[in-house]
Design a binder for this molecule. Sequence first.
Ligand SMILES: [Zn+2]
Length: 631
Amino acid sequence: MKKRKLNTILFITILSIVFFKASYSQNYTVSNAHSHNDYENPIPFFTAYGQGFGSIEADIFYFHDSLFVGHTFPDIQKKRTLQDWYLNPIKNKVEANHGYPYADTSLPLQLLIDIKTDPYITLHKLIEVLSSYTSITRANKFKIVITGNRPKPNEFESFPSYIYFDGDLDKNYSNNELAKIGLFSADFTSYSKWNGKGIMVKADREKIDSIISSTHQKGKKIRFWASPDYLNAWQQFIKMQIDYINTDHIEALGNFLKNWGSTHVTLTKKQETYLPNFINDGVDQPVTKIILLIGDGCSLPQWYAGYTANGGALTTFNLKHIGLSKTSSADNYVTDSAPGASSIATGEKMENRHLGLSPSGQKLNLLTNYLVDKNFSIGIASSGDVSDATPAAFYAHIQDRDSSIEIIQQLKNSNVQILAGAGNDKINKISILQKKHTAILNNQILDSLLPNYTITHSINDLSEHTSKKTLVIDEAAGLSMQEGRGPWLSQSFENMTKSLELNKSKQFFMMIEAAQIDYGGHANNIEYVVKELIDFDKLIGKAIQYADENKGTLVIITGDHETGGLTLHDGDYKKQSLSAQFATNDHTGIPVPVFSYGYRSYLFDGVYENTALFNKIKTAISNVKLKKEEK
Ligand SMILES: [Zn+2]
């Protein structure tokens, strides 16, 4: 009997631990935001309400049989009544939303009323006023919590059911009293002097952690006032699972919490990395196999985000040679992907949106053409559209990167052996027509391409078409990793090397683009970014292993520009978790790393313009002896 009782207690304890863990390992939303002294805002109530705040605070005074809102007694002269400023707007909202504070009926609202005058007289007046606001007092998902001057805890029960009270941490409440407690509040400064920068000292953190956990064990929420009030502090408070984040910066905290889901990521799987043997690294002999891997929108923050979320490991970070490429275009500090890639492909800076054209409009010689003349065969793949700027930079010359039909038509006269990727809406028409074998001859694009190119629809068909130039339009390539693209990029690398190795000279140039790191940056979605980055690193692992197994190989890994103005303000290698912020939904001007491995990899060390990559690749294949003889 005793044992059974013990088991029951144990079971309930485990259950409650699981329950509290589940209920407090929450995703933070704007419902966790508390507008401190809300009435001091230029537009009280509506600013915080408009953001969807879960809690709004108003200080009140009883004076001349009325309730005034304000922080100090002289504020009363401003004649701001609780009714005008809070009760009427809330009533209007609740009535418009059929008994709920917000149109989204899952969202709660708490009005924290801080009584500055005698609690009994003021509460009496408040209840009298509220008697004509039954839509408020009967509302769902709405709570009135009294703080400041409060009655004695053993009197809590005598107040109407819609009135709750703020709890003090140093008081011991009975169960009945606890039932009337809406939340617990505490003065942050009485536990810590932390100013919100970095992390708080361990002793303070432990004190506050224990308060939070004992409050949660009571099934209650907690708020600290007079707490540091900016991004890093909010971030730390969320980590500590403080339920209400106290703020005077409504918009900033609102935006921070709204974007919480897309700026935080925790991965559960770790991708294996490849450790190179370095035998072929830096060998000073002509390169015969060039593997250029471009992460679109990928700079140091994206690399480090992937590294952190992959548990502190990337194949790329095992490499020894690193440079920095400056990405500005001919006409702008911030480039788009057209000149970003085209400068690598031509060795010249060009204007935004242009591909393969000098600022005066002249067609520039492409790296791919130069290499074909040196008996290299060319393979290009992308986890984006085949006509997108980065792949197109290696076969097309055009004024507008978005002219996808004209771009793909230029493939006809190009020297590209294999082009693989997804098709955009216009180019998808090709694949639909090809699949149905109808009206092909009426399609202008196919008319122009089919004599020169075989068109297939899966990267796995590639090896069957080695003798002929091949265009692979594989819809799988266009999926994101989150949508289940899987190892398409790695597969394209393996299949392309098999095909390209079949040519007589055994020399090839391959450009593979991880296109969607950029998409994640534009979407300001960190999970998108890291999953694409880690997939890029998988491809890189394949390429580095190939360089170990095949003499004459050079692997160059870079980006065309940074996307998103990404910063990483917190992370945990062990938990594979990361907190990020984006400064923009567009590209930025910061340089991108260039990692290199294999024959003549040292050529890519240093800081240079992206155009220099063109000449460095030319130098890498030259027969000139580059290093001084070692004695
Ligand atoms: Zn972009």
